[in-house]
Design a binder for this molecule. Structure first.
Ligand SMILES: [Fe+2]
Length: 516
C-alpha cells in the first residue's frame, strides 16, 4: 500500500516531476500516494487533510537570516504549529527546492525542536540512491508513528516488560574491564532467570524499561559500560530499540560538568551572586542551571545511542531556554494498548537533598497540554494504559526512604484522566508492588512497581544486598490491556528466582485493583 502523503507546496505544478520521481519507482510501483493541497489553505482544510494522510511533505520558506516564520497559510498562522495541533503524530518532512536550504540554521532548529522529522532537497532526487534514502526515511517515520516499528503482537497476546533500575555501574566496578566482566555476568543471570516456555526458549520480554541510575557518578566511562551492558541484554533478548525506554536518575548526572558550569558562573559574575535571582547557588532558585544544561549531557548522548531516539536531547522548553527536557511521550506502541511517558525527576544537585527530586508544575502542565492535543486527535484510544516512568517515587511514604519527587502528586492527579497508569520507578532499591490512589480526592487507583537493583552492592550500601529486577506481564484482549502480573525476581545465591508474584486487573470504575 502506498503511503498517503500530504504535499503543501505553493508551486506543486512546477515541481510535479520531482514529486513523481519520489512517489513512483522505475518499474511502475507506487511508493507514495500524493495528495497535494492547494495553497493558500484555510486552517479547517488543514485539519481535514491531516487526518487522512500518514506523512506531510511541506515546502516551507527557509529564510537564510532565520527570522521568517515557516510558510504562512493565512497571515499569522504557522503551518507546523497548526498541523501539530491537528495531528501531533503526523511526521513532517521539509521539502527544499534549493539544494543548500537544509544547511541553514533554521532547518537545524526545526529538527532540534522536533517540529520536523527530516527534510530533503527535490533537486537531489534525480540521484536514485538519494531517492531510495528519502523513501526509507519516510517509511521508517510512518512506521514509528503508527507503532508498527518492530513489535507486532496478536490482539490477545501478552506484552512482557522487563524492568531494571539502579544498575549504578561504577559503584562497585570501577575499572571499565571489571564493569564489562560483571556486566556480562549480569546479562547471563537475567537471561537465565526468565521463565522458559514449553519449547525451552526464554520468554523474551518485548520491552526493556530502565528507571534511572545507570551510572554511579554520571561519568562517560560508567555510562558507556552501563548502556553497553543494557545493549548486550537487549540483543540477547531480541528486544528492538523501539521497545527500550530509559529515564535519568540522580546518579546519572555528571557532577563534574554541572559544577564546572557553576564555577564558570561565579567567575563570570562574582558580584551578582546575591542579587541574581536565578543564581544557581542560591537555595530559592527554581532550577539548577548547570544541571539542566550540562549535567545530563553524557547521559543524553549514551541514552540516544541506546534507544535510537532523542528522548532527553536538549530542546527549547516552555521558558524558551535550551535545556534537558522534563518529559517525553511515546505513542509508538499505542496500537498495542499502551503509551509511555518518561519524567525527569532529577532537577537539582545533591542526590540526598530532599529538594533534589522534583517534578516542576510547569513541566506537568506542558506535558498535559501535549497529551490533550494527542487525545483530541485520537478520541477512540482513551483506554490506553499509561506507563509512567520516573526515577523517584511520585508519592511520599513508599519504601524505607522518604525521598520522593516533590510535585509527583500533582503529576499523578493530572495524568489520571488520560488512562490507567502503571507507575514504574526505582531509587529506593526495594522491591515493591501495589496499588495507590492518584490523590486524596479520588478512589481510582494506579498500579506501581519498583524493583531492587540487579547489581552487586557497594560496600557502603549494605541495604542493597537484595539484588533483583521485575518482569511485568500485561494481559491483553483485543489490543486492550486488561490485567497485569508483576513478578519480583530476587538473587538467591545461585541465580535470580521469582520471589513474589502479584496480580492486578483493570476495573472500569476503580482503575487497577489487586487480585487475591
Ligand atoms: Fe537514585
Amino acid at each position: 500500500m502506498p503511503i498517503r502523503a500530504l504535499v503543501i507546496d505553493d508551486d506543486f505544478a512546477g515541481r510535479r516531476n520531482h514529486y513523481h520521481r519520489l512517489a513512483h519507482g522505475s518499474n511502475g510501483e507506487s511508493f507514495l500516494e500524493l495528495r497535494p493541497a492547494t495553497v493558500p489553505l484555510q486552517p479547517d482544510q488543514i485539519a481535514n487533510l491531516c487526518k487522512q494522510v500518514q506523512v506531510g511533505l511541506i515546502d516551507i520558506f527557509l529564510d537564510p537570516k532565520g527570522d521568517a516564520e515557516p510558510l504562512e497559510i493565512v497571515p499569522g498562522v504557522n503551518v507546523l504549529t497548526l498541523i501539530h495541533e491537528q495531528n501531533p503524530r503526523l511526521p513532517i518532512f521539509v521539502v527544499s527546492s534549493h539544494w543548500d536550504s537544509l544547511n541553514m540554521p533554521i532547518y537545524q532548529e526545526l529538527i532540534r525542536r522536533k517540529q520536523v522529522k527530516g527534510g530533503f532537497s527535490l533537486r537531489l532526487l534525480e540521484d536514485t540512491s538519494e531517492c531510495g534514502r528519502v523513501r526509507f526515511e519516510l517509511e521508517r517515520a510512518v512506521k514509528e508513528a503508527e507503532g508498527l516499528a518492530a513489535i507486532s503482537l496478536n490482539p490477545n497476546e501478552d506484552l512482557l516488560l522487563l524492568h531494571l533500575s539502579d544498575l549504578q555501574v561504577g559503584a562497585t566496578w570501577v575499572a571499565e574491564k571489571d564493569a564489562k566482566a560483571a556486566g556480562d555476568r549480569l546479562v547471563n543471570e537475567v537471561f537465565q532467570a526468565l521463565p522458559t516456555s514449553i519449547s525451552g526458549n526464554a520468554t523474551a520480554p518485548h520491552l526493556l524499561v530502565v528507571t534511572g541510575d545507570v551510572a554511579e557518578r554520571g561519568e562517560p566511562a560508567e555510562l558507556r559500560a552501563g548502556f553497553g551492558l543494557l545493549s548486550k541484554l537487549r540483543s540477547r533478548l531480541e528486544i528492538s530499540r523501539e521497545g527500550c525506554f530509559v529515564v535519568p536518575g540522580n546518579h546519572d548526572v555528571s557532577l563534574a560538568l554541572a559544577s564546572s558550569h557553576l564555577i564558570d558562573y561565579s567567575f563570570g559574575s562574582p558580584f551578582a551572586v546575591e542579587a541574581e535571582p536565578r543564581n544557581p547557588r542560591t537555595a530559592a532558585t527554581t532550577r539548577e542551571r548547570g544541571l539542566d544544561r550540562f549535567g545530563l549531557v553524557p547521559f543524553q548522548e549514551a541514552c540516544s545511542a541506546f534507544t535510537g531516539r532523542g528522548d532527553w536531547e536538549p530542546r527549547v522548553d516552555f521558558e524558551e531556554e535550551t535545556r534537558s527536557p522534563g518529559w517525553f511521550h511515546s505513542h509508538a506502541l499505542s496500537a498495542l494498548g499502551i503509551s509511555v511517558i518518561g519524567i525527569n525527576t532529577v532537577t537539582r544537585l545533591g542526590p540526598e537533598n530532599p529538594a533534589s527530586a522534583t517534578v516542576p508544575q510547569a513541566v506537568v502542565n506542558q506535558l498535559v497540554s501535549h497529551l490533550d492535543a494527542f487525545q483530541r486527535h485520537e478520541p477512540g484510544r482513551t483506554d490506553l494504559v499509561q506507563l509512567v516512568l520516573l526515577h523517584h517515587s511520585p508519592w511520599p511514604g513508599i519504601g524505607d526512604r522518604t525521598l520522593h519527587a516533590s510535585g509527583g502528586d500533582y503529576l499523578l492527579s493530572q495524568l489520571e484522566r488520560f488512562g490507567d497508569c502503571i507507575v514504574l520507578f526505582g531509587h529506593i532499591h526495594t522491591p515493591l508492588t501495589n496499588v495507590r490512589t492518584y490523590n486524596d480526592r479520588t478512589h481510582r487507583q494506579a498500579l506501581y512497581a519498583s524493583p531492587s537493583t540487579p547489581s552487586l552492592p557497594a560496600s557502603d550500601r549494605p541495604e542493597d544486598s537484595l539484588r533483583g529486577f521485575q518482569l511485568i506481564t500485561l494481559q491483553r484482549e483485543s489490543d486492550r490491556v486488561v490485567a497485569a502480573k508483576v513478578q519480583q525476581f530476587e538473587y538467591s545465591g545461585y541465580g535470580f528466582r521469582v520471589r513474589d508474584d502479584a496480580r492486578f486487573r483493570r476495573d472500569v470504575h476503580s482503575g487497577w485493583v489487586a487480585q487475591p
